[in-house]
Design a protein around this ligand. Sequence first.
Ligand code: CTP
Ligand code: CA
Ligand code: CA
Length: 699
Amino acid sequence: MSSPAAFASSPLSVTSPRRIPKSRFTYKQLHQLKSYSTTTPLRAIAHVDLDAFYAQCETVRLGIDPTKPLAVQQWQGLIAINYPARAFGLNRHITSAEALKLCPDLIMQHVATWKEGDEKWAYHEDAFTHIATHKVSLDPYRMESRKILKCIKEALPEKEQRVEKASIDEVFMDLSAQVHTILLERYPELQGPPPYDDPTEYLPKPPTTVLDWKADALVGTGTEDGEERDPDWDDVCLVIASEIVRDVRAKVKEVLGYTCSGGVARNKMLAKLGSGHKKPNQQTVIRNRAVQHFLGEMKFTKIRMLGGKLGDEAVSMFGTDTVKELLNQPLEQLKRLGDDTGSWLYSTIRGEDNSEVNPRTQIKSMLSAKSFRPAINSFEQGVRWLRIFAADIFSRCVEEGVLENKRRPRTVNLHHRQGAQTRSRQSPIPQGKPLSEAMLFDMAKNLLAQVVVDGRAWPCANLSLSVGGFEDGVQNNKGIGGFLVRGEEAKAMNNGEKDRMPSGEPSTKRRKGEKGNIANFFGARDEKRRDFDAARAALKAHRESTKDDSEGDETGEVRSEVDSEVGNESPADTGRQDYSSEELYNDDTPPSAQKPSETDGFDPPPQKPPKIHQKPIETFFCPRCNAHLPSTEKGEHDDFHYAMDLSKEIRQEEKKPTPTNAGRETPVPQKSSRKRGRPPGSGKDARKGQAKLMFGRSG
Ligand code: CTP
Ligand code: CA
Ligand code: CA
């Protein structure tokens, strides 16, 4: 610990006649290292973060001298800037044109893109002029990321490694077990059993008085004599950990050519702060004795989880952003942020973090998205992008071991944004057969067709496809369990996604308005009817194809596609619990508009619902609706009934019991019942005006 008092009171052995000074640490704490205990104070955790990662990927790929200034461009912005370029004052918030003014010799490399209709991403020279028809691909960086992870693992002993991938360019390592082994080799006096076989006995003091920290940046203790005095086993453990990290970094440089920075400390929170402390190509050790001093100097908003809303809330509640001042707040005060949050914050600013390094792969979902400027206006256009999304996601699934059934996603989601509203459609992925790109594409197309048939799909500003619910080792054709959507999952799919307007308007109201959208859909009549027919044909084709599949499939599969819509939610929001570090920045928005915490290219929805116009007019009588409607909308209204009838027909066919879905609960298709809402123009209420507005936009 950093407290000098702890050293002054080093326990003395009562039995020893010469009163040999002892360590502050026990045999038990030493041996807990072997099992990666999260509570032993001797724990050794490291964090490694690649320097200017995407920029280095490009210098390495292109064989460019790493001392030359280079930036990675995305459309007109910069997403990564190497250290030589940073010397010219370049940062992520400036445009490529501004960057060139500051640094005329700057090498700018645009990220790889998928060109609409292409089978694979590529580096296109003029990509920055094609924001409308290209989509950013981070695949090259993901591939390098995987190589780096592999290299790091290979630099560590197979049996004593615990590595967690924390993002595309970061890993945590729990080095405790390896440090334990090295410690016992180097200091054989630690090998013996504890006196009296009592594990709570204190260890002897380390024989060394001077530790060799090499070139590591050592965080100071803030006291003059605290630096070198009385090294104890926690210091020795961190010296050894630091040696390991130095070797790992050297290996990455030697094998792959990348430089990275490292942090070494007793937990993840501190190790991460350490790796960012001195960059590039350096490592920082935060010894236990330096923790309080190191944190005290810091703004707590720099700590993991305190960078966003929570940090802001704490700043305004306590009127400070420094750890030092927040330390004066008693626990009860911090609990004003909530009991758990308060307790967490209380220990965090004291340098405590018992979270474990989790070696399981972190990917639980994958997202492929595109923001459209200008917006897209047809099913066919949407489908062209879905082809890219499916290829993108499938290739990433392959890397995740989906073909070998090591891991497999359970659901596919489509998010569609039109105006202020985001709609989502989700469908379970049949588990009884190998996942293929064609299967993903077909499901995606079907989900989009559902959105289109339900109306008001265009103009679409943003479209994304994601797969989620990744599970380990689902076996191929092994029992019915693998084919069913589990209870919890089904529940989530039925309840989780509510139909909401951006204002938070409840779903029933929206449902009413929706019919207007279907009629509205036939605004520019022929064109839209063609679009609708295309969507309808896709739905039918999908139904046919899945029917064939299930017929040849003894165990069957769940084919009930959940019809749900969400407003006010972007895929980033819905995917948040399924955190996948690989999705960070997989984004097509101009980088200057991005924040690191945002995972998609969605603009925030407007705070208010669309404006409503009213226009009293002449009416005609529709016997099917039993209502008087504006004469000017007769054609549109007839189209509405046409659309509704088709939609109903399709849905009824889909819901016909088959040997595989009979008896299972499926969401009730939306009926065109008069009671539940009236078609557009059937009253002077808000719904009509809303439809009008949307119509105006799409036409
Ligand atoms: N990134 C991005 N958009 C952001 C933040 C990060 O696209 N708003 C990308 C960067 O291109 C970067 C990678 O994610 O290369 C890793 O981010 P980070 O570690 O934060 O920055 P680096 O560029 O690696 O720079 P540093 O040396 O400071 O780590
Ligand atoms: Ca980095
Ligand atoms: Ca990083």
